[in-house]
Design a protein around this ligand. Structure first.
Ligand code: FMN
Length: 157
């Protein structure tokens, strides 16, 4: 079974809405054979990352950067995963009130260091999520689930 890991910092109704849309897309009935695991960024571990065939990262923009929680996640997994996960496909959603560019850049800097591969352009949402935003997150979840399926090693037998 392929595994999609969703590592998120969800601190408000708006960020919860985006997470739920990503999950709905990832778990939609048209995609079979993908186990979708969610982890709060403060609780995600090295084994979670090593077991993943693709990753979705979700964060609010905080003071022009990713959330402290997502930064903590990267601080935790960076060196233990550095040699093990080159090429790991990832997607990103960011929620902010006006300018999410610093948060996107910050995540891309770390993922570049890890040699992870961006599979989908980042989804940036400003303010109250609308229908298009929820749809963009749904699509992100679905495409990343398919990416996990593609990247998973073939089952034995
Ligand atoms: C300390 C702090 C810093 C923030 N910095 C940014 C920022 O740099 N860019 C931005 O677009 N939003 C920023 N925000 C807004 C948060 O991203 C936003 O509150 C979060 O995504 C949750 O959304 P909500 O407040 O609509 O529920 C900041 C919020 C706080 C509390």
């Amino acid at each position: 079974m392929a595994r999609l890991l969703i590592v998120h910092h969800t601190a408000s109704p708006a960020t919860q809405e985006l997470l739920e849309a990503v999950l709905e897309g990832a778990r939609n009935d048209d995609i079979e054979g993908v186990d979708v695991a969610t982890r709060a960024a403060l609780g995600a571990t090295v084994p979670d990352v090593l077991a993943a065939d693709a990753v979705v990262l979700g964060t609010p923009a905080n003071i022009g950067y990713m959330s402290g929680a997502l930064k903590h996640f990267f601080d935790t997994v960076y060196y233990p995963c550095l040699a093990e996960t080159p090429g790991l496909r990832y997607g990103l959603y960011v929620h902010g009130n006006d300018d999410t560019s610093g948060a996107v850049r910050a995540v891309e800097t770390v993922t570049t260091g890890l040699s992870w591969r961006r599979h989908h352009p980042p989804v940036s949402v400003a303010g109250a999520p609308g229908r298009d935003d929820r749809e963009a997150c749904w699509n992100l979840g679905a495409l990343m689930a398919l990416a996990a399926l593609e990247a998973a090693p073939p089952a034995d037998g």
